[in-house]
Ligand binder design. Structure first.
Ligand code: G6P
Length: 611
């Protein structure tokens, strides 16, 4: 939530920062702004709305400085307007701050500053920071930021510039992600790697409590007590197109089409070519620890929670370990009962979701082990967990999660197989059989995605495009798929959609069925197929519109459904990966058909770093 970019170097700071902010817009797009310093002058431009508005304003009055900070905002405190947009300035306009996170004691700090005569311009929590830094400023920005942050409670990733120190950028991190990029005679800060990938591949992942000075020739890091800290520089090996849309009209469509490659890459990474066995090198759990697990608690939010729900079926099915799946936001305030034999598994694309991060901190305090299923390398959750399986999906830019979801499921398959083998609940031969089924998935997905026009033709039918409400139902392994299909459609089309367990229809949801309600019924071959077909018939008997997701070759289902989208036949436990594709495409084409902003749906941000 909120994206930060900062630059110190020879280049025009405005250009570098705008290029970076474009790559971070998925983190928020309520307003954007930038401040640059040149020869003891500080210039700040801010605009409400997406980055395009800021670019328009900068075309009129371009900045020429070589040092600067920029921000794209998802509003927490204060409505999305120009006054509340970042950067925020101190009274005289000497110091500018961009911030991601929440200053919890901002009201108390604001009152204190106001009592001292400071006038505030915005309703934001962030504005206390430039005023506080100003109050401590005695010619040394770094020291002033350090003193100010000692008074602050809450979460922050910060970039600060000051007109009296035109070659310096100060950055700090606590509870919100921030990286430093090191180039040749230039340096950067950013909320995420894609923002600076086009300029440098050398990055430092800042740690909790880091405060650093960033100059053209590098950076120096301390903690708030003034102790020096050293960090390793990592090299990012993504290729340049990874964060580009390429020839696709939207990131979401590109990322849907990347899914076969992502799963193939994950399998190549984690399945040993010689032995054909799963190898999870950073699991952080040895054989004894895996055998000692008495319960697994998966914690996650949003789409990742749905992947976790599939994970429960997989782990319980293969490894026979009881699994609970909790929304991280509920888990953190619930009456948890955790112990040393519990394994808590956060599932998260960003590795920064505030609730998931807090959930694992609680879990560790209560003695449980934590093993994360995480996409972003070096993210907070990846670092704080005892072990990690990286999902290897690459950067996901579309706000609606697609490839991250399917890669989370396949990573959970690998974990379930590994756990099952270690605990001897499946034989070596059975494990090889499961892996063979998993290896089949990328090819089947590729084959399916070649015919995605079929989904577009269905999605564009008025009965779907004009629907005000819709329902998704599924059962067993595909109950989570129904939840995910519903979430995908609602978040990008703004149609009211609910996902239900098909077996629950008669306990309430069927009352909603009318001739105007489309019901997407996931009815692939498997142990619950006939049950779902009965549910479809019950919906049809009440005039509902039925769209079945069925297995290729199932001609009978046409008799019960208004429309059918066929997916290739596959091993039932892995069908949620294949079923995700038509659900994602259906949401995509409906939303696109309605003219929605598919990659940046209203009110949402991709990385939810505040509670
Ligand atoms: C937001 C995103 C979702 C994502 C969820 C959890 O709501 O829009 O796509 O599933 O956060 O994020 P995480 O990064 O923890 O997977």
């Amino acid at each position: 939530m909120c994206g930060i970019v900062g630059y110190v170097g020879e280049k025009n700071a405005q250009e570098v920062i705008l290029a970076g902010l474009h790559r971070l817009e998925y983190r928020g797009y309520d307003s954007a702004g930038l401040a640059t310093v040149r020869e003891n002058d500080l210039t700040c431009t801010r605009c409400v709305g997406k980055l395009g508005s800021l670019e328009g304003a900068l075309r009129q009055c371009p900045h020429t400085g070589h040092v600067g900070i920029g921000h794209t905002r998802w509003a927490t405190h204060g409505t999305p307007n120009e006054t509340n947009a970042h950067p925020h300035l101190d009274g005289p306009g000497d110091i500018a701050v961009v911030h991601n996170g929440i200053i919890e004691n901002f009201q108390e700090l604001r009152r204190k500053l106001e009592d001292g005569g400071v006038s505030f311009r915005s309703e934001t929590d962030t504005e206390v920071l430039p005023h506080l830094i100003h109050a401590h400023y005695e010619g040394d920005l770094f020291e002033a930021v350090k003193k100010a942050l000692r008074e602050v409670r809450g979460a922050y990733a910060l970039g600060v510039v000051c007109r009296h120190e035109p070659d310096l950028l100060v950055a700090a991190r606590k509870g919100s992600p921030l990286i430093v990029g090191l180039g040749d005679g230039e340096a950067f800060i950013a909320s995420d790697v894609p923002a600076i990938m086009q300029f440098t591949r050398e990055v430092i992942y800042l740690e909790e409590g880091d405060l650093c000075t960033i100059k053209r020739d590098g950076c120096a890091i301390q903690d708030l007590e003034g102790n020096e800290r050293s960090h390793i520089t990592a090299t990012v090996d993504w290729d340049e197109t990874t964060a580009e849309k390429e020839d696709y009209p939207h990131y979401m469509l590109k990322e849907i089409h990347q899914q076969p490659d992502v799963i193939r890459h994950q399998l190549l990474t984690y399945v040993d070519k010689q032995t054909g066995q799963v190898r999870l090198p950073d699991l952080g759990l040895d054989e004894v620890a895996l055998c000692d697990i008495s319960r697994i608690v998966i914690v996650a939010c949003g789409t990742a929670w749905h992947a976790g729900m599939v994970g429960k079926y997989l782990i319980e099915g293969f490894a026979r370990v009881p699994v609970e799946v909790e929304l991280a936001s509920e888990f953190r305030y619930g009456n948890r009962v955790l112990g040393p034999n519990d394994l808590v598994v956060p599932v998260t694309q960003s590795g920064e979701t505030a609730d998931t991060l807090e959930a694992i901190r609680i879990a560790r305090q209560e003695g449980a082990s934590v093993m994360g299923v995480v996409n972003v390398v070096g993210s907070s959750i990846a670092r704080e967990a005892d072990g990690v399986i990286y999902t290897e999906a690459g950067p996901e830019i579309g706000v609606a999660s697609t490839k991250a979801y399917t890669s989370q499921i396949s990573a959970l398959v690998l974990f379930a197989i590994q756990l099952a083998r270690t605990r001897r609940t499946i034989s070596g031969e059975a494990a090889r059989g499961l892996l063979k089924h998993l290896w089949d998935i990328p090819g089947k997905l590729t084959h399916y995605l070649e015919s995605c026009e079929t989904v577009r033709r269905v999605a564009e039918k008025p009965r779907y495009l004009k629907a005000r409400n819709a329902m998704f139902i599924g059962r067993g392994y595909n109950y989570p798929s129904s939840m995910e299909g519903a979430l995908k459609l609602k978040e990008i089309s703004y149609i009211h959609v609910e996902g239900y367990a098909a077996g629950e229809m008669k306990h309430g949801p069927i009352a909603l069925v009318t001739s105007e309600l489309p019901v997407v019924c996931i009815a692939v071959q498997g142990q619950v197929y006939e049950k779902v077909v009965s549910n479809i018939q019950e919906i049809r008997a009440r005039d509902g519109i039925t769209l079945a997701i069925a297995t290729e070759g199932d001609d009978l289902i046409r008799e019960h459904s208004d429309d059918v989208l066929y997916v290739p036949d596959c091993y039932e436990p892995f069908s949620p990966i294949l079923v995700a594709a038509p659900l994602q495409l259906l949401a995509y084409y409906i939303a696109d058909g309605l003219g929605r902003d598919v990659d940046q749906p209203r009110n949402l941000a991709k990385s939810v770093t505040v509670e």
